[in-house]
Design a protein around this ligand. Structure first.
Ligand code: 3HC
Length: 285
């Protein structure tokens, strides 16, 4: 089976990015969230990205119009019922994901393949809760989705070969490189990246250097494209803290103890770029 209709549940930064690359690849994309303002904001963001490309001469007006025609926005999960592949990109909370997939199992065609963009939760556990574990797969995208090439493809214990093949092929269709990973907390990239980001926040907590100095040091000394604390802001400190806490619980290893700075910023609602404030202040940028 080849994907023609792509459902994306969750219109935050990642969901909007996945919808954007799907529409660019000619898929019929339905983007759903619980509130009209979220889907409106996501669509406006995509339009802005495409308008920038038009202004740079990298995209024609006609192509942009086609991309827009490929996207339908909605606030009803019922509109996801006949999609071939449904990618869930909602809040990083395993109990909410399990509940939502159980509901989607009642709504969607039995042929619909379910994918979760979870940053590291168990695909097996989400799949079993959904009621269709053989059709559940992890498809882990990276922020910003329109730019980052990788998608980690993660089977659960009961995921069928057809489901893995569909997820893998879809990555290729939308211009991404699929890399298979076994089910383990954080898969490949977050297993390595999240402790680094958490350690940068610990270094900040301990007064090793300022936010700016930590970031500049990693750019100049390790050739990182962006400093770790700026990357926390890009990823979303709320998302990051959820993952670190999950690692801490799952591995039972004190090296994953969440940095105080991450906890304080989440308590203050300072999640990073998406809220206008994190380690940096974006209101002034
Ligand atoms: N959406 C769409 N396009 C974007 C974008 C966005 N949010 N941000 C940048 N771009 C595009 C620009 O339009 C530009 O396109 P062009 O080449 O056609 O003109 C191109 O990307 C380069 O952008 P800039 O020159 O403005 O900026 P940079 O050179 O600084 O590159 C970056 C931006 C690629 C995001 C770079 O800063 C980078 O690589 N950062 C690290 C990103 C990273 O590590 N992501 C992984 C996070 S972990 C994760 O997501 C997993 C999760 O589970 C936690």
């Amino acid at each position: 089976m080849t994907v023609k209709k792509l459902g994306v549940l969750g219109a935050g930064t990642m969901g909007a990015g996945i919808a954007q690359v799907g529409a660019q690849a000619g898929l019929q994309v339905t983007l759903v969230d619980i509130d009209q303002k979220f889907v409106d904001k996501a669509l406006a963001g995509m339009k802005k990205n495409w308008e920038k490309s038009v202004a740079k001469g990298k995209l024609s007006e006609e192509a942009m119009k086609k991309y827009l025609d490929n996207i339908q926005i909605s606030c009803s999960n019922d509109d996801l019922k006949d999609c071939d592949l449904l990618i869930e990109v909602i809040v990083e909370n395993i109990d909410i994901k399990k509940k939502v997939f159980k509901e989607l199992n009642e709504i969607c065609s039995p042929d619909t393949v379910f994918a979760s963009n979870t940053s590291g939760f168990s695909i097996t556990e989400i799949g079993v809760a959904s009621g269709r574990p053989e059709k559940m797969v992890g498809m882990h995208f990276f922020n910003p989705v329109p730019v980052m090439k990788l998608v980690e493809v993660i089977p659960g214990v009961e995921t069928s070969p057809d489901t893995i093949a569909l997820a893998t092929e879809t990555c290729q269709v939308i211009g991404k490189t699929p890399i298979p990973a076994k089910e383990a907390p954080g898969f490949i990239v977050n297993r390595l990246l999240v402790p680094y980001l958490n350690d940068a926040a610990h270094a900040y907590d301990e007064g090793v250097a300022s936010v700016e100095a930590i970031d500049e040091a990693m750019k100049l000394g390790a050739n990182m494209p962006i400093g770790p604390l700026a990357l926390c802001d890009l990823v979303g400190i709320d998302v990051l803290l959820n993952v670190v806490e999950y690692f801490y619980k799952e591995f039972g290893d004190p090296k994953f103890r969440p940095a105080q700075a991450l906890k304080n910023k989440v308590r203050a609602g300072h999640y990073g770029i998406k809220t206008g404030k994190g380690f940096y202040d974006y209101a002034t940028k």
